[in-house]
Design a protein around this ligand. Structure first.
Ligand SMILES: *Cc1c(COP(=O)(O)O)cnc(C)c1O
Ligand SMILES: [Zn+2]
Length: 371
């Protein structure tokens, strides 16, 4: 099946080659689900990376472009938390080439740019997506400019530099950073390798649930937890689950539990207000910088996914995030502060502790931990 890109507002279709940044109506673009997935082709055991699920990824338009740039992403372990939380499993998704789950999306996104023959890309990020895109772009020989909010974790910004990208540190909010990147794209007619606008990114994050399915021998957890900023992991999980179901590999969905920072929770607010769209909020400042997104562009799709997966949205405040980071480290887990927010929500909600939960450890402590 050839890959079809369509507008999530007006449904207008585009081919891979003509894919614009957004639809002419302003709507955000998505990739059409493949209705003919063959369960027998789910897994290629000879490939020891997330590309073992390549038949369930929209790679037909990308050909073998991924082969020259893969860094062996994926295949992250699932471990039992143990001690006081017998039903808690952690997917160690920071065990990645650039130390965050963003490598799942960046490898495919940069493969798409390479296939199109793009020479220069622009991206904006709170850090981890910028690092991942800079690393894969370096490997693909694509020039790269990354916009980051000034004041984000220095170690993240330094890693973007060493991969050879031009780094623009922008004063103001995360949204000001996104605007600055978009300006450069429009003025210089460059390719916007955005993990938010470009749908190939979340097609890569689908492999998170594909791996879980394989690792847990088909028994998906009762509760699938995800942090939510721009929702690329949440949407990847959702589309991955749809794919598993349409291939007949699973018959029901796990319940999805999304986590935001109390100080920046626009999805939480829209979800419980019964809204169809996410209204931008004011980010009051949070240690969970990776989910501090006041205006998630795929908000409408995130809300739809949450409603279809019987979802809930929890929040974690700054005190609970700090306490969770300390507890995790004391139990041997050194995670990025953003990841501590997901655990903070779990630790303080006993209602969800009597059934099996999987929480993702999305980022490594070495990059941003406050402790
Ligand atoms: C990017 C990121 C998130 C949030 O992912 P979204 O796709 O923006 O929802 C969470 N944790 C870490 C460590 C991240 O880098
Ligand atoms: Zn449209």
């Amino acid at each position: 099946m050839s890959t079809i890109i369509y507008c999530s507002e007006c449904l207008k279709e585009y081919s891979f080659i003509e894919m614009p940044l957004t639809c002419e109506c302003g709507g955000i673009l998505s990739i059409k689900r493949n209705a003919n997935l063959d369960a027998g082709k789910f897994l290629n055991r000879e490939i020891w990376s997330m590309f073992r699920y390549k038949n369930f990824l929209p790679l037909d338009c990308l050909g073998d472009a991924w082969k020259g740039i893969t860094l062996g992403e994926g295949m992250t372990p699932v471990v039992d938390y143990g001690s006081d939380f017998g039903n808690l499993k952690i997917k160690m998704d920071y065990m990645m080439p650039t130390l965050s789950f963003k490598d799942r999306g960046a490898s495919i996104l940069v493969a798409a740019a390479k296939k199109l023959g793009i020479k220069e890309i622009v991206q904006d990020s709170s850090g981890n997506a910028g690092i991942a895109v800079a690393a894969y772009a370096a490997r693909a020989g694509i020039k790269c400019s990354i916009f980051v909010p000034a004041g984000n974790s220095k170690k993240k910004i330094q890693q973007i530099y060493v991969h050879g990208a031009d780094v623009y540190e922008i004063e103001g909010t995360r949204e000001d950073t996104a605007k600055a990147a978009l300006n450069k794209v429009l003025e210089e007619k460059l390719y916007y390798a955005s993990h938010v606008y470009n749908p190939f990114f979340y097609e890569g994050t689908k492999t998170y649930v594909f791996e879980l399915f394989e690792q847990l021998k088909g028994n998906m957890p009762d509760y699938l937890w995800v942090p939510v900023g721009n929702g690329t992991l949440l949407l990847g999980c959702y589309y991955g689950l749809l794919d598993l179901k349409s291939a007949g590999l699973i018959s029901k969905f796990p319940k999805m539990i999304a986590v935001q920072s109390h100080n920046c929770a626009p999805v939480h607010d829209a979800f419980y207000a019964g809204e169809d769209v996410v209204k931008p909020c004011v980010n009051k400042g949070t240690l969970a910088e990776g989910i501090a997104i006041a205006d998630p562009k795929r908000g409408k799709l995130i809300l739809q996914a949450l409603r279809e997966l019987d979802g809930e949205v929890l929040t974690a405040d700054e005190k609970a995030i700090c306490a969770a980071a300390k507890k995790l480290a004391g139990d041997g887990f050194y995670f990025e502060t953003t990841t501590a927010a997901t655990f903070a929500a779990y630790f303080s909600n006993p209602d969800f502790q009597d059934k099996i939960s999987v929480l993702p450890a999305c980022g490594a402590g070495i990059k941003s931990s406050i402790i």
